[in-house]
Write a protein that binds this ligand. Sequence first.
Ligand code: ADP
Ligand code: MG
Length: 260
Amino acid sequence: MEALERDLEELGLSSIPEDLSALISAATKKKAGYEEFLASVLAHERAARAASRQAILTRMARFPVPKTLAGFDFAFSPNLDAGLIRELGSLRFAKECANVLFLGPPGVGKTHLAIALGMEAVSAGMKTYFTTLEEMITRLMAGAPAMVSRRMGRYLSCHLLIIDEVGYLPLSAAQAHLLFQVISSRYESGSTIITSNKPVVEWGDYLSDPTLAAALLDRFLHHCHVVAIGGASYRLKDKMDLVAQAKAKKTPPTKRRTES
Ligand code: ADP
Ligand code: MG
């Protein structure tokens, strides 16, 4: 048995040794033939490899929290096209190297949906990477400028890249250029999901260069599903009374008309 286990290890069939006794007793109990036994051993190894690949892909994706499509309450966002989100969940867009742009105010579920699609992609075996724009720009700008193409690798080598929170902090020309490089390098060769609070018409100012913004949007939007999400913040759904009170407090009292 020891020699057998060593051979299996050496051949890289590393999940089998620890479960070999169990596999043998299951086959003995079932009176399985040689062929059936071999099939069950190989199925065991294949399942273990798939599970370990999933775990590696999930770790590499660096999702800040797990979110799923099943956990998204479509009833809360009645204007959102649930059919479109389910279609995106089929990952056809990713297989076609198309993009997705989630637009909307804070708390409407942009990051949730982006992560959920990312998790679907990981389940389908796609190399996925999640980053906020700020983190990506900070990483790309850190260190020697000559090494930027090397640092770019992590954003170009994945099949699905999720860039969260585009639009919060205005970008300098150099930062905008880095974003442009990522988007144009991925054009038609990978799939990118962007979440943003900024309507596309404001991207010229935001990227501090209207010509660069036009070139970036030209590539990003060419094959892109744009999902505009409106409505109230889900974060505040149980606190709407408090928000209304706070708003009422802020509103300056209407001036008393002076009697003439
Ligand atoms: P955004 O990125 O648009 O600011 P998030 O996706 O971060 O918003 O959503 C804020 C929180 O509310 C998250 O915990 C998210 O899971 C949850 N959330 C938002 N919309 C929904 C929804 N329709 N159903 C379930 N949870 C939601
Ligand atoms: Mg968000």
